[in-house]
Design a protein around this ligand. Sequence first.
Ligand SMILES: CC(C)(COP(=O)(O)OP(=O)(O)OC[C@H]1O[C@@H](n2cnc3c(N)ncnc32)[C@H](O)[C@@H]1OP(=O)(O)O)[C@@H](O)C(=O)NCCC(=O)NCCS
Length: 392
Amino acid sequence: MRDVYIVSAVRSPVGRRNGYLREWKAPELLGAVLDEVVARIDLDPNLIEDVVNGTVYQVGEQGFTLARSGVFASKFPDHVSGTSVNRQCGSSLTAIQLAHGMVASNTMDIVIASGCELMSKYPIGSDMGGTLPDGRPQGDCYGQFYIDRVKGKIYNQAQAAQAIAENWGVTKEMCDEFAVASHQNAHKATESGYFKNEIMPVKGLDKEGNEIVMEQDETIRPDTSLEKLAGLNPVLGTEWITAGISSPVTDGASAVVLMSGEKVKELNLTPLARIVANAVVGSDPVLMLTGPLVATPKVLDKAGLKMDDIDIFEVNEAFAPIPLAWVKELDAPMDKLNVNGGAMALGHPVGNSGCRLTVTAINELKRRGAKRALVTLCTGGAMAPATIFESV
Ligand SMILES: CC(C)(COP(=O)(O)OP(=O)(O)OC[C@H]1O[C@@H](n2cnc3c(N)ncnc32)[C@H](O)[C@@H]1OP(=O)(O)O)[C@@H](O)C(=O)NCCC(=O)NCCS
């Protein structure tokens, strides 16, 4: 296995539902991010061998093979190929893991991994229960086999978060405090310019439809408070999970360039990070979102590292109880968790999030002169990828 480096990393700002990014077409947003990630290191796009892109709702603009239509919308030459992967909310971390394998195995030298999801246009469930071109129903991806597997206990994602909170002793008060901190940390990071390096400014539309240049994430609520959160109603058939402790519906894209050490040298580039280890798990299908609790020890074990060896953790805030249960399960330090805010504040464009968290983690390692970051996400279908990155 060869060492694999990330030499460039960029993301669009995250747009709220029907917000600044509402007029973007998925291939064009992905294409813009692809162009930017190579432009930042002056890399000749002719050298790219493949684009592995994570998207969950692979229909409409996000259908066909979004990685390939993203290439068509970019300045890349025709010979750059593309493929789309779907591991639910872990899709673009899986894209990074697959791209890592392609380079580490000496099959390819330069591969881009990316993520793109426009949830404003393609909300959760967009690839289920629709109609085929000839009018027949698409069919259901769940069946008796699934009902049997979960012993008839079918939770939606918010209900799973509620059940996890109960199992791990996570309270509503803990979740509200964590959500306020997420917004405050994201606000501080934005105001201090911590995200400037990683965000590529993109054109957007304000509420009135005027064209603007969008340089910041649109979902951060610096004025949120425990009082405001206490006033929100429960969602999706739960007892106390509210919009305030959930990741909001959002749009965004991101990309990283992975390269072999030989190519890095040949092209005289300065790597940002090395991939230390990858893991993926399937977890309890009833609780659905506990994957990070299992994937974290697994990836640490593969790397021969301990929790103490990690400087920052990005554990996706799909819902507040997930990272909080992760903290309890692994006795993890809160001050290393989602240090610049998480998905409750920064949004969770599902297929984009693994790559977005990676871009943010690598950037933060550099900014604070720290060594290692661990990124992991819970996913629909009860899975979780986890990857450790080391600053170089
Ligand atoms: C939870 C969910 C159903 C809530 O949907 P919603 O009610 O439309 O939520 P919104 O984010 O639009 O918020 C509704 C209102 O709640 C209030 N609110 C939300 N978050 C708030 C916060 N942190 N502070 C104060 N008020 C807040 C606001 O009044 C907001 O309205 P506004 O955006 O006009 O200000 C939706 O965000 C969701 O499905 N999230 C999870 C997505 C998901 O499952 N992803 C995959 C993970 S497995």
